[in-house]
Design a protein around this ligand. Sequence first.
Ligand SMILES: CC(C)NC(=O)[C@H](Cc1c[nH]c2ccccc12)NC(=O)[C@H](CCCC/N=C(/NCCC(=O)O)S[C@H]1O[C@H](COP(=O)(O)OP(=O)(O)OC[C@H]2O[C@@H](n3cnc4c(N)ncnc43)[C@H](O)[C@@H]2O)[C@@H](O)[C@H]1O)NC(=O)OCc1ccccc1
Length: 224
Amino acid sequence: MKIVILTGAGISAESGIATFRDSGGLWEGHSIEAVATPAGYAANPARVLDFYNQRRAAARAARPNPAHLALAALQKAPQHQVTLVTQNVDDLHERAGSDPVIHMHGALSGALCAACGVRAPAPQVMQPHDPCPDCARPAMRPDIVWFGEIPLHMDAIEAALRSADLFVAIGTSGNVYPAAGFAQMARWSGARTLELNLASSANADDFDERREGPASVLVPQWVA
Ligand SMILES: CC(C)NC(=O)[C@H](Cc1c[nH]c2ccccc12)NC(=O)[C@H](CCCC/N=C(/NCCC(=O)O)S[C@H]1O[C@H](COP(=O)(O)OP(=O)(O)OC[C@H]2O[C@@H](n3cnc4c(N)ncnc43)[C@H](O)[C@@H]2O)[C@@H](O)[C@H]1O)NC(=O)OCc1ccccc1
């Protein structure tokens, strides 16, 4: 079966990584505009780099949970062709053994030169004006897709959605586009749609089936 899986912050919640909108979520500590937009970065790069340095440290201290591990096992099942797309910037899917993982919003492990576009591994702590390893200009920024920026790998994602038999959304609130539109796109192409989430999402109506509960329980049950 051709399966497209979309994960969000909810799949990493039980690994101790804060989600965005739940109480005490990331955005409660910061305004989206201030830390996750090009304008916010231009206005105060040190604040934005500090926000992502903290997130990088939190991700490093976290461990994959049974939901990540179950998806890694499913990806190895010969009878299925699984495309794993995540909105998350942590590397818990990879550390659980998933490969490949499509990071449509970028990754904490990456840095990007805003001047020449070259990509490089991110140091644990990024400083303002880190020089580009290629053009040497002081323009390295987190390789993260901020609001107003175009998500990564959209062609591969849309191709997978068009040929999917099943689309599964795990731990995402369905508030951020274009990710929140994937269930509908898959359904238009004839796929069945399933949501595994702690609470119903903003686009719950796009799903043929919904199961409510913690990902660490729902995902292994679904995979089994
Ligand atoms: C706020 C929203 C209205 N704004 C947008 O969507 C904007 C603007 C927009 C575009 N199209 C629109 C259409 C309508 C309205 C607005 C727009 N979108 C953009 O700007 C995007 C770029 C958006 C990306 C921004 N960057 C992120 N992340 C990186 C940064 C960072 O991480 O710091 S978004 C970030 O927030 C989103 C958070 O959502 P979730 O992951 O779902 O997390 P959340 O906390 O909200 O929910 C957690 C869920 O888990 C559940 N849960 C909790 N615990 C558990 C548990 N234990 N088990 C299971 N479930 C659990 C909860 O119940 C909950 O449902 C994620 O996408 C995450 O990556 N760019 C773009 O559109 O470019 C053009 C374009 C488009 C298409 C093609 C070409 C060009």
